[in-house]
Design a protein around this ligand. Structure first.
Ligand SMILES: Cc1ncc(COP(=O)(O)O)c(C=O)c1O
Length: 421
């Protein structure tokens, strides 16, 4: 998107580096700091030391392109193989499982959808217009992927108890259905879908089942270690064929890294694209993209090795404590409440009494950066280890804004939930 003041001319002459960087400082003056503790939208901060490791590993391989891994950068091949192996171990994959690093959750989902489509050509030949059945809360990346690969989406209309509704999903299964999806957890409510039930449906109807663990893939395994109640959501569940898990979210890598993992490595034939139609020989990639920045891959490897399971567990413990403190503070006041019992780090704050659009606008004015929920109206907070120290300040501002809204001093200007990239 062009902004006011955008330069529309490609200058004839170059600009001195120092001048450029001053100009960049000016251009970026209005940006938020990603690691601002008041940023509750998307700051996957795990500690200054972790960020330093991530930056250093990224910079170490920033010039290296994984598409030339086999010929030029065997280090990247090794990092990727080890990241995949560690993640398969974390998500309890059986012998024979496989996976690869994509550029983000959306690409992992695209490849899962494409793999399911081509798998279904073999295993569900009667599905002439292949369909995906999605819970109401699944990420729009599934619709984007379906559009790209020519599939149809059937999205459920309701989430009883704020989770996917397996009975409604079963009722929607048709001759054309090839894929079911559950999220662990979905973005809107942070409450893990009934993965066991959805996977059982997939098994009994002979369908591909994908678990979207983009947010939870690197959270839930450690939550479980801490003894929090959590039903199995990963490859322990028979019928789960693929899982997406984002390295650049709670894996704490640099941007541009996610995983798509397959229970059966043999299904990679449905994911991989190969061609020798052009004059330059065989071109073959597992992902949609071609070039991949080595920095994203190397930083994933470095952060996983730096933190180890213990490091991830400690960070999940911090997130759990922050979530609990927020929920307790709100419960003591009584006007605002956390929606359901979210296992995820993304929690929603709703109210039966207060106009939540007005509350959200009030928090915006106090410098908090929060996500919005449209149905039901609410705030969406993404809690990370960065937020361990902000609970008192957040609660004070939330309750002060609640006072303003309750007394009529503040009414909603009518802003909406939007995610525009
Ligand atoms: C549950 C879920 N799936 C998929 C995605 C898409 O991930 P990305 O933005 O990395 O493409 C997101 C992003 O927030 C998500 O929350």
């Amino acid at each position: 998107m062009a902004h006011e003041g955008t330069n529309r001319v490609f200058p004839e002459q170059g600009t001195a580096a120092e001048d450029l960087f001053s100009e960049m400082d000016a251009i970026a003056a209005g940006d938020q700091r990603w690691d601002d503790p008041k940023n509750l939208k998307a700051s996957y901060w795990a500690g200054d030391d972790v960020v330093a490791v991530m930056h250093r590993a990224y910079a170490r391989h920033i010039d290296d392109n994984a598409i030339y891994g086999a010929s030029l950068f065997p280090s990247l091949v090794r990092y990727e193989a080890e990241v995949v192996a560690m993640a398969l171990d974390m998500l309890e994959a059986p012998e024979g499982a496989a996976g690869g690093i994509t550029t983000g959750g959306t690409e992992s989902i695209l490849m899962a959808v494409r793999t399911a489509r081509d798998w279904a050509r073999v295993h569900r030949p009667g599905a002439t217009q292949p369909e995906i059945i999605l819970p109401e809360t699944a990420h729009p990346a599934f619709e984007k992927a379906a559009q790209v690969v020519g599939m149809t989406v059937v999205r459920m209309k309701q989430s009883p108890g704020w989770r996917a509704d397996p009975a409604a999903m079963e009722a929607a299964i048709s001759e054309n259905t090839v894929m079911l999806v559950g999220s662990a957890p979905p973005y809107p409510y942070g409450i893990v879908d009934p993965i066991i039930e959805i996977a059982a449906l997939a098994r009994s109807h002979g369908l591909w089942m994908h678990v979207d663990g983009c947010i939870g893939g690197f959270l839930l395994p450690f939550l479980q270690d801490l003894g929090e109640p959590l039903a199995p959501f990963d490859f322990r569940v028979a019928g789960v064929d693929s899982i997406s898990a984002d390295l650049h979210k709670f894996g704490y890598s640099g941007r541009g890294a996610s995983l798509l993992l397959l229970r059966e490595g043999a299904n990679e034939i449905h994911q991989r694209f190969s061609s020798d139609a052009w004059p330059s020989g065989t071109y073959s990639t597992l992902n949609f993209g071609g070039s991949r920045n080595g920095g994203a891959i190397a930083s994933s490897w470095a952060v996983m090795r730096y933190l180890g399971r213990t490091g991830y567990r400690e960070r999940v413990a911090s997130i759990v404590a922050t979530k609990r403190a927020i929920a307790e503070g709100l419960a003591a006041d009584g006007r605002l409440t956390v929606l359901g019992r979210p296992e995820g780090a993304n929690i929603c704050i709703v109210s039966e009494r207060l106009d939540m659009v007005a509350v959200a606008e009030g928090l915006d004015e106090r410098g908090w950066l929060t996500g919005r929920l449209q149905r039901p109206p609410g705030l969406l907070l993404l809690i990370t280890p960065r937020h361990a120290g902000i609970v008192d300040a957040l609660l004070a501002d939330l309750l002060a804004v609640a006072d303003d809204v309750a007394s009529g001093r503040r009414t909603a200007a009518g802003s909406q939930a939007v995610y525009v990239g």
